[in-house]
Design a protein around this ligand. Sequence first.
Ligand SMILES: [Zn+2]
Length: 306
Amino acid sequence: MVNDGNNDYHIHYEMTERNKKIKKQKVVIVILLIVVLFMLILILKSLIGLIFKTQEYKAQVLAVQEWEKTEIARKEEEERIRQSRIPKLTQEGKDNMANIYTSETKRAFLTFDDGPSTVTPTILDTLKQENIKASFFVLGSRVDALPETVKRIYEEGHYIANHGYSHSYSAIYSSPQSVLDEFNQCNESVKKAIGVPEYNSHLFRFPGGFPGGPYVAIKTQARELLTQNEILYVDWNALSGDAETTKPTVEFEMKRIQETVGSKNSVVILMHDAQAKKATADALPQIISWLKQNGYEFKNFYDIIK
Ligand SMILES: [Zn+2]
């Protein structure tokens, strides 16, 4: 009986111990489960974070790529415009210039010599308002005096051609080489003013014009020298008469325009944007209006020297 009692006690004791063990194991399992769950949550959180970061990174890469593309396109467009403003003389351009005074349709080249001066900005304002591109035969000495004005002429799409450096007949016509030297000297001033080292207008206008005068022999030889150096020259076949009198008026210039344009189809109109030619700037809106009424389309030398 005693033994039985002992046995019961032992059995009871063993069961309690087992239960305790099981309970302990359960606690350990629960703790382990909690730890595992916690770690899983951590891993999941880092995974989600990583996905977001990857997406963010991808978006950033895309944005940078997009910006680079836009930047490349912008630079290409800038270069295209820059190149289009650098005259390139081809055979087609030479042929077009040889036929400058013939055209199927009515066209007018507005040309301004002897500038720039303080009159030039008024002319530029009118041209901008009318959306007309003209051509300026600048003097190197004036370019050096007003480089900012020359830059404006260039940036507004007008053709910058060459009228030599000094406009002193005795200097420029001292020899054919002097003519070429003055062309180059003026071209250097233009390059500096507009900031385009490869600029060459390929287009000269002889001070006083090519034909006639006391320097005709030098001019004729100079023309050969210019041609050898890929430089064309152009005179005019119509004018505003602003160099025919010391005090031109708007009325006088209008009259001369109408007389000299007459019934010509293709007109290269000589005008001046020198200091004393304020009347030309004043007459310009009327000159443009009259040419428009008579069916003329406005051109500059970019349209044909190409
Ligand atoms: Zn001149």
